[in-house]
Write a protein that binds this ligand. Sequence first.
Ligand SMILES: NC(=O)c1ccc[n+]([C@@H]2O[C@H](COP(=O)([O-])OP(=O)(O)OC[C@H]3O[C@@H](n4cnc5c(N)ncnc54)[C@H](O)[C@@H]3O)[C@@H](O)[C@H]2O)c1
Length: 378
Amino acid sequence: MRKTTNVAVIGCGYWGPNLIRNFRSLPDCNLVGICDTKQERLSHMRNMYPGTKVTSDYREVIEDPDIHAIAVATPVNSHFDLASAALLAGKHTFIEKPMALSSAECRELAELGENKNLTVMVGHTFVYSTPVMKIKEIVDHGDIGELLYISSQRLNLGLFQKDINVAWDLAPHDVSIILFVMGHAPSSVNCQGKEHMHSGVEGVTNMSLNFSNGGFATVQSSWLDPNKVRRMTFVGTKRMILYDDNEPLEKIKIYDKRVEVPPHYDTFAEFQYAYHYGDMYAPYLNQVEPLKAQCQHFLDCIKTGEKPLSSGIEGLQVVQILEAASESLRMGGSKVDIDYALDVDQGVTRKVMVRKAGKRSISTPERGASIELGLVAR
Ligand SMILES: NC(=O)c1ccc[n+]([C@@H]2O[C@H](COP(=O)([O-])OP(=O)(O)OC[C@H]3O[C@@H](n4cnc5c(N)ncnc54)[C@H](O)[C@@H]3O)[C@@H](O)[C@H]2O)c1
């Protein structure tokens, strides 16, 4: 088994340098290539990392036989082209969130990974964070009782995007955490929002996720808020968890609070809710940079062949939910059902056009069998 994985990062604007820094810090990784179309970013990277191959042409890293894995940290409209080119060239591929601009593209990428036996992983960073891991553990152990609902707020001032709305920009984090903790995907979505700066691009959205087992979650996203807010509440029948990612140390607080309905009452006068106010405690959390854990997980999955926690399937689910949210926005907030049934065609040669990068098109090899991606809506 290969000990060291050679990785190249495509896109070094705001976020890519964080991936570069983390991959470089891991002992079983060589960060061997950096690519960006902007010369000023490349010059900066050259100064920071002399000795690392730096290029403005993605093909120079994708076609390099010494590079085993590619991380794509460009704007979402180029994820599909770059990631499909990387997979077709036989590279394990990490793709920033959201995985692609449509569920069709995500499915194509997930299938390519399956067909070529390559790791496909999506940057749902928070599922690798110790607070979210802890919340998952607490919920799975039943410590808060039955999980009734989750509410999430991710608000700040900007950065306004022109091609995707705030839900596509910020909500992938909330939605991926909700899917991870709930353990299943919503059956329908409602979303309302408002565009203030760019026509057709909502800067404020409110999404509701409805689960067929009665579960419920709300996600509020905004680029138009004076404060940076990163708060989630997990409400159970016995206890409640408050997760504030802006807190430096006590990111999770568990409240022994609940409301109980009296089991028996004969008259309305006898009926009274019982409000329970107990203690609060903040569990100890190991301080690990989530991005470092995420990068390590990518390397581990490449080595072991295991499916990442945020594989192409989870990337696809999140984009299906975002697509349903966009449809609901267009219909003024009406409920949109999500169909996770995957109609993966069998033995069909499909052309994967490297559209934006142009110059050439690449075709996938013949596929002999259908691929079970196993999505379940509950
Ligand atoms: N996981 C997280 O917490 C997190 C946080 C921020 C951003 N992101 C994601 O990271 C991705 C990038 O976001 P950003 O804010 O860094 O964007 P950005 O615009 O700041 O940077 C993108 C960079 O990609 C380069 N680029 C674009 N097309 C390219 C191509 N074909 N080849 C090479 N380089 C190309 C651009 O020149 C730019 O420097 C997005 O998908 C975003 O959602 C993730």
